[in-house]
Design a protein around this ligand. Sequence first.
Ligand SMILES: CC(C)(COP(=O)(O)OP(=O)(O)OC[C@H]1O[C@@H](n2cnc3c(N)ncnc32)[C@H](O)[C@@H]1OP(=O)(O)O)[C@@H](O)C(=O)NCCC(=O)NCCS
Length: 321
Amino acid sequence: MTRRSILVGTGSALPRTRVSNDELAKRVDTSDEWIVERTGIRFRHIAEADETTGTLAADAARHALAAAGLVPADIGLIIVATATPDNTFPATATKVQALIGAPDCIAFDVAAVCSGFLYALSVADSMLRTGAAKHALVIGSETFSRILDWEDRGTCVLFGDGAGAVVLSAEEVADDRGILATRLHAEGQYGDMLYVDGGPSTTGTVGHVRMQGREVFRHAVTNLAAVLGEVLADVGLSAADIDWVVPHQANKRIIDATAKKLGLPAERVVLTVDQHANTSAASVPLALDLAVRDGRIRRGDLVVLEAMGGGFTWGAAVLRV
Ligand SMILES: CC(C)(COP(=O)(O)OP(=O)(O)OC[C@H]1O[C@@H](n2cnc3c(N)ncnc32)[C@H](O)[C@@H]1OP(=O)(O)O)[C@@H](O)C(=O)NCCC(=O)NCCS
């Protein structure tokens, strides 16, 4: 028997307001045609004042708990991956804890931007396997709309708000269910290619997203294909064994190019970027939840998750659901 982290529930939450490319083009110098052609994005959800990273995370967490058949008191660990916390501190994870009514447990945030969910998943997996908790909530939640420069058409059309959550349970298993491997990377020398130009210790402001789009694109395809190869090699499997890839939903062209590099057919790639745009740390768990709920991802499937983001940071995970 092996102690593994088993995926027992997924959930997600989106802000009420959905904005199409045409609606965006009324206030930004852009067009539906340009956005769709370069990114595959058609819609994004934008948070209203009463919708925050914390409230969206709590809603996603409630759905994931219900899917898992668990209650907040069962949870021993809450990790929120976010680059847009409600406050500099306390951690948004403690806000989620209070909102869902979970009693004393471990709760903290992880900051790895778009790969934050992969980082959080890997940390939670390690903590569950070493006995820190029995059940964990791992959440990616963002309100990137709050840190976009709406005058910068090269970035503001790319992002949206939302949250996704999973419940992981530590179980002794005799089969190959659960998280089988995770891989994480960071190369801080590329920090100025995708960053926010503010922060508590530098400018004392929140700042806005800045990006060298072409460079990010190039690194993303190379790094994501490499880390997928690594994580599959860790478990002795190949691309042909994968039932579903749930990639970070930044850009359809990055997703297509990465899948092509690995020889993965498009039918096995979950794509939601058209509906949600890039929701940063929320994108992988949000896409995962949709594919579980619409019946694409079923029990027994081999699923691979991957993401790349500011830092640069990137990572991948392989699990049998
Ligand atoms: C951002 C991205 C779509 C831009 O595409 P690109 O082909 O590199 O385009 P460029 O930035 O070179 O700009 C090309 C032209 O489109 C224009 N343009 C930029 N944004 C535009 C917009 N929203 N609408 C219309 N035109 C736009 C530019 O001004 C430029 O015009 P010019 O040729 O007259 O100077 C692309 O680089 C990309 O997807 N990068 C990865 C971004 C990403 O996924 N980041 C998150 C990773 S976690």
